[in-house]
Design a protein around this ligand. Structure first.
Ligand code: C2O
Ligand code: CU
Length: 507
């Protein structure tokens, strides 16, 4: 009996309303694809590579002819790419020259807690008042009190042991309540970890391996990035509330910081390492030739590295923060032909993502082996010492509506899950609408969706599972990384800022 709430409609990928740019936009597939530069270490000592990144405002020409002011890592969007070897530690000294506090998180990294970018471990800019004294003066300030926060002034050195499988990781801002606008303004970059397992395979490499950061943005009339105001008075204005609350979508798709770029390729296999760095947009990608033929997307890796065996897709859904490692074969395409990477969830221009222009035939020594690796964890349900359940849904709290886990908004002073290092657990997530759920520190395998087998896209070791509306998914994981205070949260960045985050304490 009783009145069951109406199940939300299963509208794939629709989260939030789309902002409209107020500047002329370029024709898709006219701007060349930028390749972010690979950062050189500032020094190396005792087997550790030491990097330095300055966070600062910079003006870029994302749209031809219009300047856009961004928040950047080292002056570019995306920030520089860091390339590392498994087990070779790295330090990154971040210097904050932005007008606001920042926090850096290496997404997918197995990082000691003090370097994981906990949302209150702020790097304060020069002249920014100390959060504790600020709280004393203003009573309960915007930011909840966190006695464990370790703030630093202007610089902070993050340490990454990178004792983990080869994978495409990415780094981004993670400040409490302000992650979404910081990511939107440009604070994202890629970090590639390589290892001997991957080296032993003849995967496409060099110019035939492309790391592609996909995101959406919208531009105001002066070329600046449009973003709904955080001001609560503005938030209540019609037309602002809904898109902000559900997640911000732009009408311009950018890949490596360029709108709908085009890239010249030889007619051979290419390895595309995709990361969805959008705040809220989901994509369903397909590679289509101009004469309408769909090319296979042969998935070889997931968020946390290689699959055991390749999985072939004709279309690939990718939620915010997910990574997919796919091989596309342009063999047999005549010089001059074009292959578009399209988004089946988009409409109009958001249906277009980027294009490849085939320039010439070339020899190809790459292979995609039937067995890619044999080091994937195979935890069994019977090993689990706990089954935990979490619901991700919209809620009402004291500060108004938000996005909550188990009815509660994020609170840094509360421990939501306490577990032991080495424990194997099953976590069961239920969602009202789309929520890409991400766990820090520990990769997981997807066990089930709505009691059935996982989807083909769930293969391998993941750190984000894309929950569909109304769905319950189970993942299995083992806390075999570091001890300390970590997070799990929805990676729709607006949901995260509006409370959909919780603490995970590994002891
Ligand atoms: Cu991509 Cu908690 O982060
Ligand atoms: Cu969400």
């Amino acid at each position: 009996g009783g009145t069951a709430a109406a199940a939300p409609a299963r509208r794939p990928g629709v989260t939030g309303k789309q902002l409209r740019s107020a500047v002329p936009l370029p024709e898709p597939y006219t701007v060349p694809l930028p390749i972010p530069s690979v950062l050189a270490p500032a020094g190396t000592s005792g087997g550790t590579d030491r990097y330095e990144i300055t966070q600062r405002q910079a003006t870029a020409r994302i749209l031809p002819g219009v300047p856009t002011t961004l928040w950047t890592y080292n002056g570019t969007y995306p920030g520089p790419t860091i390339e590392s070897r498994r087990g070779r530690p790295v330090t990154v000294l971040h210097r904050n020259e932005l007008p606001v506090p920042t926090v850096v998180h290496l997404h997918g990294g197995r990082t000691p807690a003090e370097s994981d970018g906990y949302p209150t471990d702020l790097v304060l800019p020069e002249g920014w008042p100390d959060p504790a004294s600020r709280r004393r003066r203003h009573g309960t300030a915007h930011m909840a009190h966190d006695p464990r926060a370790v703030t630093s002034r202007v610089t902070r050195e993050y340490t990454y042991p990178l004792d983990q499988r080869a994978a495409l990781l990415w780094y981004h801002d993670h400040r409490m309540d302000f992650t979404a606008p910081a990511i939107w303004r440009g604070l994202t970059g890629m970090h590639i970890v390589r290892d001997a397992v991957e080296d032993a395979l003849d995967l496409p490499c060099g110019e035939r391996e492309l790391a592609l950061m996909i995101a959406d943005r919208a531009f105001a009339a002066d070329g600046s990035l449009a973003y709904p105001a955080l001001d609560p008075e503005l938030r209540d204005r019609p037309g602002v509330t809904e898109p902000y609350a559900a997640g911000v979508l732009g009408d311009v798709i950018v890949v490596n910081g360029a709108p709908w770029p085009v890239h010249e390729v030889d007619a051979v296999r290419h390895r595309l390492r995709l990361v969805n760095a959008s705040n809220a947009r989901h994509y369903r990608l397909e590679a289509v030739t101009d004469d309408g033929r769909r090319l296979d997307l042969v998935q070889i890796g997931a968020d946390q590295g290689l699959l055991a065996a390749p999985v072939t897709h004709t279309a690939l859904p990718i939620a915010p923060s997910e990574r997919y490692d796919v091989v596309v074969d342009f063999a047999g395409l005549r010089p001059g032909s074009r292959v578009r990477l399209r988004n089946r969830l988009g409409s109009g221009r958001t249906r277009e993502v980027m294009a490849f222009r085939v320039t010439r035939a070339a020899s190809d020594h790459s292979t995609i082996p039937k067995a890619l690796c044999d080091d994937l964890p195979t935890w069994r349900r019977s090993q689990a010492t706990a089954v935990r359940r979490f619901t991700f849904r919209a809620g009402q709290g004291q500060q108004g509506s938000g996005w909550y886990i188990d009815g509660k908004p994020f609170d840094p002073s509360r421990t939501d899950v306490r577990t032991r290092r080495g424990a194997v657990e099953v976590w069961r997530f239920t969602a009202d609408v789309h929520h890409p759920v991400h766990i820090h520190q520990t990769g997981f395998r997807v066990l089930s969706r709505d009691g059935r087998a996982p989807l083909p896209y769930d293969a391998g070791l993941k750190d984000t599972v894309s929950l569909r509306p109304g769905e319950t998914a189970e993942v299995i994981l083992r806390f075999d990384g570091h001890r300390g205070r970590y997070l799990f949260h929805c990676h729709n960045a607006e949901h995260e800022d509006m409370g959909m985050m919780a603490n995970l304490e590994i002891v």
